[in-house]
Ligand binder design. Structure first.
Ligand code: ARG
Length: 456
């Protein structure tokens, strides 16, 4: 098959070599962006008098026809034409004749592919931001219902202090808020047009880069043509924001897996987000959460793979850069899928309030309350810590909890303890009284939810 760039060649590569170099199997995902970029380019060529109006109109009609054919699934792509750019150019020429060959005037595949990627990512990241907000909304709703649901709070995965379950959920709201901001920030640097930079050095044609930028809704243009065709920072930023977000999702996934285990039983995942075992009839596995935890690995991998591809590249374009695509597409799909699944998973999960209530009432996570109580009565905190530690040990030996101790036992530990201690030891009070800014106290959690609601 004759190549669009075949002029200086005397021999053709074998098919398997062509296949190795081709990217069409994956870069066809850029088909609409490529057509959009070409439409803007040819409009500009016409306006600047580089092509006649008639030629520009003919090409535009041809491109629109191709778009229609893609939508009707009537266009096929082949490795003979290497990538999406050459495939479409070939189809254009087949569609409207040799005038189609004028489309590539003053353009290179290097600025073309960069333009496609910017357009693609800008669109996908906007969608991802919408999905994050939907997820945040679901978290807010769940948190609102569970402001006063008490749960054990952990450090070192050992029970530490009782918390509001809503507070725990809201922690993820704020992580996602930062993730969203990182994506929004990245859009700024994706929203820049490389089109018109040519292969690397610009072009001798009197093109208007600002016109194509505005036709494509880019806010600005790259200042340097060499930077424009070799910059992939915007993809790295996307992969890095995605990696951080997946790390957050993975932590939540891990908690959901733990919480839904027989050992915890804090939540039950809906059947629609769980799977069974092919051998053990009793099983209900949290596969979706596990998969998201697992897929986090591939997103990190995609970030590292592109960082590594780029690290030794001299300016400007190198074919290595074709390796920027699969990881980017894969990350887009993984992030979108994970956000959708998580939104459904949190929306439909059942919180086992009875189990949570039992958990916070049968442990020593109110020990800090007792120590704080002694401290407010003037005992140095270090001493108070020691007294309570001894009481905990006493309880462990006698198989009871702090609230089960008699006034006599308590007085023996410290004379300053009064009847009001029992109220202080209740987990409800322990949570309620943590009213410091951003603390787990109910008023603080409500305030947090209110602030959160204003952000989405
Ligand atoms: N398929 C190529 C890529 O994805 C397009 C740019 C090709 N440019 C070139 N000079 N070979 O990077």
């Amino acid at each position: 098959m004759k190549k669009l760039w075949g002029g200086r060649f005397q021999k053709s590569a074998e098919k398997w070599v062509d296949e190795f170099g081709a990217s069409i199997s994956f870069d066809q995902e850029l088909v609409f962006e490529d057509l959009e970029g070409s439409l803007a380019h040819v409009t500009m060529l016409g306006k600047c008098g580089i092509l006649t109006n008639e030629e520009a109109e003919q090409i535009k009609a041809g491109l629109n026809k191709l778009k229609e054919k893609v939508l009707n699934e009537e266009l096929s792509f082949s490795t003979d034409q290497e990538d999406i750019h050459l495939n479409l150019e070939k189809h254009l020429i087949d569609e409207i004749g040799p005038v189609g060959g004028k489309l590539h005037t003053g353009r290179s595949r290097n600025d073309q592919v960069a333009t496609d990627m910017h357009l693609y990512l800008k669109k996908q990241v906007s969608f991802i931001i919408e999905l994050i907000e939907k997820f945040q909304e679901v978290i807010l709703k769940k948190a609102e219902v569970h402001v006063e649901t008490l749960a054990p709070g952990y450090t070192h995965l050992q029970r530490a202090q009782p918390i509001s379950f809503g507070h725990h959920l809201m922690a993820y709201f704020w992580m996602l808020q930062r993730d969203k901001e990182r994506f929004q920030e990245g859009i700024k640097r994706t929203d820049v047009s490389p089109l018109g930079s040519g292969a690397l050095a610009g072009t001798t044609f009197p093109i208007d880069r600002k016109l194509t930028a505005s036709l494509l809704n880019f806010s600005s243009v790259y200042e340097n043509s060499m930077d424009a065709v070799s910059d992939r920072d915007f993809i790295l930023e996307f992969l890095s924001a995605s990696s951080i977000m997946m790390m957050h999702l993975s932590r939540l996934a891990e908690e959901m897996i733990l919480w839904s285990s027989q050992e915890f039983q804090f939540i039950e995942m809906d059947d629609t987000f769980s799977t069974g075992s092919s051998i053990m009839p009793q099983k209900k596995n949290p596969d979706m959460a596990e998969l998201i935890r697992g897929k986090t690995g591939r997103v990190y991998g995609n970030l590292f793979s592109l960082l590594t591809v780029l690290k030794g590249l001299p300016l400007a374009y190198n074919k290595d850069m074709q390796e920027d695509k699969e990881g980017m597409f894969d990350t887009v799909h993984t992030v979108i899928g994970s956000l959708k699944i998580f939104t459904g998973m949190i929306e439909t999960m059942k919180v086992n309030e009875k189990r949570l209530h039992d958990a916070v009432h049968h442990d020593f996570s109110n020990a800090t309350e007792l120590a704080d109580y002694l401290a407010t009565k003037g005992i140095p905190f270090r001493e108070a810590h020691e007294i309570v530690g001894k009481l905990v040990l006493h309880c462990i030996h006698n198989q009871c909890y702090l609230a089960d101790l008699s006034m006599e036992d308590l007085k023996e530990a410290s004379q300053v303890i009064e009847e009001d201690i029992y109220e202080v030891l209740s987990p409800f009070q322990a949570v309620k009284r943590r009213n410091s800014l951003g603390g787990t106290g109910f008023e603080q959690v409500k305030q947090q939810i209110k602030t959160g609601q204003q952000l989405i």
